[in-house]
Structures are given as structure tokens and as C-alpha cells.
Design a protein around this ligand. Structure first.
Ligand code: PEP
Ligand code: MN
Length: 291
């Protein structure tokens, strides 16, 4: 099996202080990596203009800076909801703009790059982790990429996939652990926190955790998020839906808006215990009322 060479571009020794990925946002740029812990939140999929708007409002009100929402969904079955495609990206961008948020959305093919012009972070999903032509195209796109770990990918395979992005000239790479396949069936996947701690030691790239796809169960999202923060993760990618019972995709693992508030409140003291701070967006500017 191919292992990551000591000379790899992702090796921690190359940047002992860690990479900071710059995110452009309507309320000013900020970074993933470094001391701040960044929470990206939103529905698994953009389902309608009203749904993503309501989600964006909840995400902004909670103080998060990045709205997630898939428009091109990689579904196991071709008969499941595939996402709204370019309309979904348009609704995502509008909702984010109205609420002063940056965005993250999954790109499945290099031919979609133009449609993703307004998306701040390009997400490479677990199923695409070894889509090498996609990785090569994204290595030249000049924008931050979040690379999820493949469903059954080893840590070395994951880091070598990141190496494709770095080798092509993109150093704005964020890794995301989203659970791996094991014999366990009580959870959707098994969150591999050892990988988070190990990858933080082996690379200089920021590492996020997705507690939603890791567990598939809403009631596990807060405990797993706290564990991720304690293990050294640099942030979270978490599913939040205003009406999870009506979700067209992954409703069982989505937090309600009030549960997102609870998650952030519980993260605060834990992060200060490990020397980090929760990144909270500056309050939104309210329009001045003419008198
Ligand atoms: C997602 O985040 O929407 C997603 C499809 O996750 P994963 O690629 O980790 O399965
Ligand atoms: Mn999902």
C-alpha cells in the first residue's frame, strides 16, 4: 500500500504552526485553522428557497459564519432526491447573502466549477475523495477545498488525496473526518477520533469533524461534537434543518435550530479548557430605521 512520504507537502514539519485557510465572507474574511474553532452549519441539502432561507437565518442567529447546503447530492440510489442543482446553488447564495454568511457546498464534477463561482468552500464528498481528476481540477481553482475522508479510506489514502490538491498548487485545504465503515450498525458510520488526533499530528492542515454523517443520529451530534473539540478538531460541519421531519435527505441526523444554539453554548467552556475559542460572527448590521 502506498504510504505518505516524509517529504509530503501535507507533512506537519513543513508548517509547524499549521495552515490557516482564508475564507471570504460578506462580513469580512476569517480563517479556519489557528486558535478559533469554526462551526459550519446548515441542511444536508438545499430543498427550497424558503427552507434554505430559514436555515440560514438560524445559522446566522446562532453566530455561525458558514452555511452548508448540498445542491448536487451523491445519493446511493438514483431514485432518491438528487438535489436542486444550479437552482439550489442560487438559493444557497441568496440565503447566505441575505444573512451575511459564507457558503460550503459539494462539487461532484469539475464541469460544475463555473456554477460554483459564488461558493466560498468547495466540498469534496466522501464518495469523491479519490476522484483524482476532480482533485486535480480543484488543485488549480484557487479556492478553499474541504476534503472529506472516504467511507473506507485509510488515513494514508486520505492524506494522499489531500496531496493531489497541494501538489497541484492549492494550499487552501481543510480535511473533514465524517465517520468510516465498521462492523457497527447502531450508528450510520463510526466517528474515528483517533484519525483526528493522528492527522493533526501528521499534517499542518486544519481538520474538521462532521458529527452528523458520522452518527446518522441527532441525539449523538452534541456529544460527538464535544468529543471532537476535545480531540483537537479545528471545527465542525454539522447538519441543521428548520423542520427535520420534513427533510428530503438526512432529517434524522439534523439538529433543530435551538439544538444548534445548545451545541454552541456547550462548546464554549470545553473549548476554553483546551485553549481554543469558538469563532462567532460579529452581529449582523441591522438596517438603520429612518426617523
Ligand atoms: C454531505 O456532507 O452532504 C455528504 C454527502 O457527506 P459525505 O460525503 O461525508 O457522505
Ligand atoms: Mn447528508
Amino acid at each position: 500500500m502506498q504510504t505518505v512520504p516524509d517529504t509530503a507537502l501535507s507533512a506537519r514539519a513543513r508548517k509547524p504552526d499549521g495552515t490557516r485557510v482564508a475564507i471570504s465572507s460578506p462580513r469580512g474574511p476569517f480563517e479556519v485553522g489557528g486558535r478559533a474553532f469554526v462551526v459550519m452549519a446548515g441542511p444536508c441539502a438545499v430543498e427550497s428557497e424558503a427552507q434554505i432561507d430559514e436555515a440560514a437565518q438560524a445559522v446566522a442567529d446562532a453566530g455561525c459564519a458558514i452555511l452548508r447546503g448540498g445542491a448536487f447530492k451523491p445519493r446511493s440510489s438514483p431514485y432518491s432526491f438528487q438535489g436542486l442543482g444550479e437552482d439550489g446553488l442560487r438559493f444557497l447564495a441568496q440565503a447566505a447573502r441575505r444573512n451575511g454568511l459564507a457558503t460550503i457546498s459539494e462539487i461532484m464534477d469539475a464541469s460544475q466549477l463555473d456554477a460554483f463561482a459564488d461558493v466560498a468552500i468547495l466540498q469534496v464528498g466522501a464518495r469523491s475523495m479519490q476522484n483524482f481528476s476532480l482533485l486535480k481540477a480543484l488543485s488549480r481553482c484557487g479556492r478553499p477545498v474541504l476534503l472529506k475522508r472516504g467511507l473506507s479510506a485509510t488515513i494514508d489514502e486520505w492524506l494522499l488525496a489531500a496531496e493531489y490538491l497541494l501538489a497541484g498548487g492549492n494550499d487552501q485545504v481543510i480535511l473533514c473526518e465524517r465517520g468510516i465503515r465498521t462492523f457497527e450498525t447502531a450508528t450510520r458510520n463510526t466517528l474515528d477520533l483517533s484519525a483526528v488526533a493522528l492527522v493533526k499530528q501528521r499534517t499542518h492542515l486544519p481538520v474538521l469533524v462532521d458529527p452528523s454523517h458520522s452518527s446518522g443520529r441527532r441525539e449523538l451530534v452534541i456529544p460527538l461534537s464535544l468529543a471532537a473539540a476535545a480531540a483537537g478538531a479545528d471545527g465542525l460541519l454539522v447538519d441543521v434543518h428548520p423542520h427535520p421531519d420534513e427533510a428530503r435527505c438526512d432529517g434524522d441526523q439534523a439538529l433543530l435550530p435551538r439544538e444548534l444554539d445548545e451545541l454552541l453554548a456547550r462548546l464554549d467552556p470545553l473549548l476554553s479548557a483546551v485553549g481554543r475559542t469558538l469563532f462567532r460572527h460579529a452581529p449582523r448590521q441591522r438596517k438603520a430605521v429612518a426617523r
